[in-house]
Design a binder for this molecule. Structure first.
Ligand SMILES: *Cc1c(COP(=O)(O)O)cnc(C)c1O
Length: 386
């Protein structure tokens, strides 16, 4: 057994970003400034949208997107129960109602046929979440959205590198939202980015993300001369700092190298676990690129003498940290009690929720770390096999 704990989702931080953060601190320009500007330019070139706005989190980006979409109480937004709480919380924060639609058992992504069933005259938007980095089936989703005049806001927190039929994820819907939280594919500690090619949304997101002020603060205090701002909306304080962008600029530059490393680890896991009482992730769909954010196995409860939580705890005792992505949102007290959901409402989401475990996949892992994970999973599954 390994003697130190392997932290799940530990980021890889390298010398260039450490240097850049130090230079940023020395420059005195530590809040939103030139480094944020540069990070936005690089990011929008990478995704291929006209605009990109760096924020202090993906959650902030989701919230601003909902505000930019003009959501109000009574409106409905369709999303998946297989996501992080921030996706649906951001809808609740506008007073609108999140409406869940079940996922596909294999892809674990929202099922377009289920979206169609949930549409009412109150529906305003769809939030597809590209779970684990796997692109949602965007053609039917965009088709539904066009037919019913709905906005599509992609939660691309897991999916920076993902591509669907030649189009970058985050550039297909009206708005895309990304995360640079510590466990994500590239990191800024906390941080997020919103992408869009629609000028109206770009203006709203930029303005509403900084108090609803008509001019950015860093322009206001620059050497171009002081300008008065005007409050055009009671906005939020969601801007990214240059200290964060200092990390993001260099992390983005290494995105392909990190992807390749995760791909190697992914293949080793696939090979190691294919004959185990677990379902390994389905291969990527044709003509798509999976962003390989989370390596998620589903334990086959019918072949085991224990539940998923016991497997997770046993792995913890083996010094292997894991994640659960996710306990289905409709089973959480707030969503269950507020909207009257019962566990059985989304059978595929519930199936995944009861069985899922995410194994460490960071580009930081050494070959020995990967072997330790494989050995620990092997021991634990053998111990609980029927
Ligand atoms: C991480 C995550 C978020 C929130 O990202 P933050 O940057 O931490 O706010 C939103 N949606 C999904 C699917 C996530 O995994």
């Amino acid at each position: 057994m390994r003697d130190s704990f392997l932290v799940f989702g530990s980021p890889i931080i390298e010398e260039p970003e450490i240097q850049e953060v130090v230079e940023c601190l020395r420059s005195g320009w530590i809040s939103t400034g030139p480094r944020v500007g540069k990070f936005q330019e690089l990011f929008k070139a990478y995704i291929g949208t006209k605009y990109a706005f760096a924020l202090n989190s993906c959650t902030a980006g989701l919230h601003l997107s909902m505000i930019a979409a003009g959501l109000k109480p009574g409106d409905e937004v369709i999303t998946t129960p297989m996501t992080f709480a921030a996706t649906a919380n951001s809808v609740v924060h506008t007073g609108a109602t999140p409406v869940f639609a079940d996922v596909d058992r294999t892809t674990m992504n929202i099922d377009p046929k289920e979206i169609e069933k949930k549409i009412t005259e109150k529906t305003r938007a769809i939030i597809p979440v590209h779970l684990c980095g796997r692109p949602c089936d965007m053609d039917p989703i965009m088709d539904i959205a066009r037919r019913h005049k709905l906005l599509v806001i992609e939660d691309a927190a897991h999916a920076i590198e993902a591509v669907y039929k030649g189009k970058k994820i985050g550039a297909i819907g009206d708005i895309g939202v990304f995360s640079f939280y510590v466990t994500k594919n590239i990191v800024t500690g906390e941080g997020g980015m919103v992408t869009t090619s629609v000028e109206e949304y770009a203006e709203k997101i930029e303005t509403y993300g900084l108090h609803g002020m008509s001019r950015g603060a860093w322009k206001r205090f620059s050497d171009e001369g002081y300008k008065h701002y005007q409050i055009v909306f009671p906005g939020f304080k969601y801007n990214m700092m240059d200290i964060q962008a200092a990390m993001g600029i260099h992390q983005l530059g290494r995105i392909n190298a990190y992807y390749s490393r995760r791909q190697e680890i992914w293949k080793r896991y696939d090979e190691a676990f294919k004959n185990f009482p677990v379902e390994i992730p389905a291969p990527a769909e044709p003509d798509t690129k999976h962003a390989l954010h989370l390596y998620t196995i589903l334990v086959k409860l019918e072949d085991l003498t224990c539940d998923r939580d016991a497997i997770q705890q046993a792995l913890h005792k083996e010094n292997i940290g894991t994640g659960i992505h996710y306990i289905a949102l409709h089973t959480h007290p707030y969503y269950r009690d507020t909207y009257g959901y019962t566990s059985d409402d989304f059978p595929h989401a519930l199936y995944i929720s009861d069985r899922t475990i995410s194994l460490p996949l960071s580009a930081k892992l050494t070959d020995q770390d990967v072997q330790d994970v494989i050995d620990a999973v092997t021991r634990v599954l053998n111990r609980y096999a029927k």
